[in-house]
Design a protein around this ligand. Structure first.
Ligand code: IPM
Ligand code: MG
Length: 357
């Protein structure tokens, strides 16, 4: 099979981790009779510098003509004072909207060799394995009216029925492939939009009675994620709540440098590590490539429907960590400090060895 992949390395360490991700894609593809055609484009700050536009039509059209998009990271101090619509983050939001990527999946899964780098106790995090399913193209991020003047600032939190229906379906479908439990998170005790969300999710659930559905208020959910994260399987929530909860969920697993994400719509999908562009360490081969590589594992699973390839990559990540290799962000006493490149080479070797064994 032949696939077109758009590469958007973006800013800062996005460039280095994308290079690592591409090596992994090529290696794994060669084992499974797949061929990738890569096209690389600018996005974010680097695109602003080149074209005074963080997301050009050329970049967007290339994404619209691909089977999957891989994005490194966008942003940096340099562009922080630009007006809203020119900021690197605006490019990401527009790309999500234009590609219709309404489902964002962020797994919170702990790699056994890294348990002790979590800020939570071993017994709390050992065995944690859930996903945050965040609605990504609606809610307060995109609602109108929005704006501010000298006297007030305002945004609109709005959900249309079809937006809630499709993400709820996705949550139940994914739960079926996991442990069959969905926790829908809202603020229905205060917000009408949340009561509406809850009603619609409950209605969609009628077609998925084999899946267990519960509801939780978002403040309580934030607490429960650090109190007893093992209770969760699929957390289904809106755009803003998901933004916040997925960062909390991410940290229980030790390092932001380890967290992958997938953003999926009817037609397109985009994979990106959750970490940012880390301009302070850019270009020094200090970045942790594992979040990007784990995002590649998600690409094989969700876009190419190739579970063995995805599991192969995940197994190689665990093996590499087991061997004691650590980039600075996950380094601890007694481990072997390595660069981005060394981590990537070790990982590629492990992929090869595991595949051949
Ligand atoms: C994320 C980020 C983005 C968001 C920013 C960079 C626009 O925080 O992907 O979680 O808020 O969605
Ligand atoms: Mg965020």
């Amino acid at each position: 099979m032949n696939y077109k992949i758009t590469l958007l390395p973006g800013d800062g360490i996005g460039v280095e981790v994308t290079a690592s991700a591409v090596e992994v894609m090529k290696k794994v593809a060669s084992f499974y009779d797949m061929e990738f055609e890569f096209t690389e484009k600018l996005i974010g700050g680097c695109s602003y510098d080149a074209f005074e536009n963080p997301l050009t039509e050329d970049t967007l059209n290339t994404c619209l003509d691909s089977d999957a998009v891989f994005l490194g990271a966008v942003g940096g101090y340099k562009w922080e004072s630009l007006p809203h619509h020119l900021k690197p983050e605006a490019a990401l939001l527009r790309l999500r909207k234009e590609l219709g990527l309404y489902t964002n999946i962020r797994p919170a899964k702990i790699y056994e060799p890294l348990i002790d780098s979590s800020s939570l106790k071993r017994e709390v995090v050992n065995g944690v394995d859930f996903v945050v399913l965040r609605e990504l193209t609606g809610g307060i991020y995109f609602g109108n009216p929005r704006g501010f003047d000298d006297a007030h600032g305002f945004n609109t939190m709005i959900y249309y029925k079809e937006e809630v229906v499709r993400i709820a379906k996705m949550a139940f479908e994914i739960a079926r492939l996991r442990n069959g439990k969905v926790m829908s998170v809202d603020k229905a005790n205060v917000l009408e939009v949340s009561q509406f969300w809850r009603n619609v999710v409950t209605e969609v659930h009628k077609d998925y009675s084999d899946v267990q559905l519960s509801h939780m208020y978002v403040d309580n959910a934030a607490m429960q994620i650090v109190r007893n994260p093992k209770q969760f399987d699929v957390i289904l929530t809106s755009n803003l709540f998901g933004d916040i909860l997925s960062d909390i969920a991410g940290m229980i697993t030790g390092s932001l440098g380890m967290l992958p994400s997938a953003s999926i719509g009817e037609k397109y999908s985009l994979y990106e590590p959750v970490h940012g562009s880390a301009p302070d360490i850019a270009g020094q081969s200090k970045a942790n490539p594992l979040a990007a590589i784990s995002s590649v594992a998600m690409m094989f699973k969700y876009t190419f429907k190739n579970n063995p390839a995805s599991e192969l990559i995940e197994a190689a990540i665990t093996k590499t960590l087991d061997d004691g290799l650590r980039t600075p962000d996950i380094f601890s006493e007694g481990m072997k400090l390595v660069s981005t490149n060394e981590m990537t080479s070790a990982l590629l070797n492990n992929i090869e060895n595991i595949y051949k064994s």
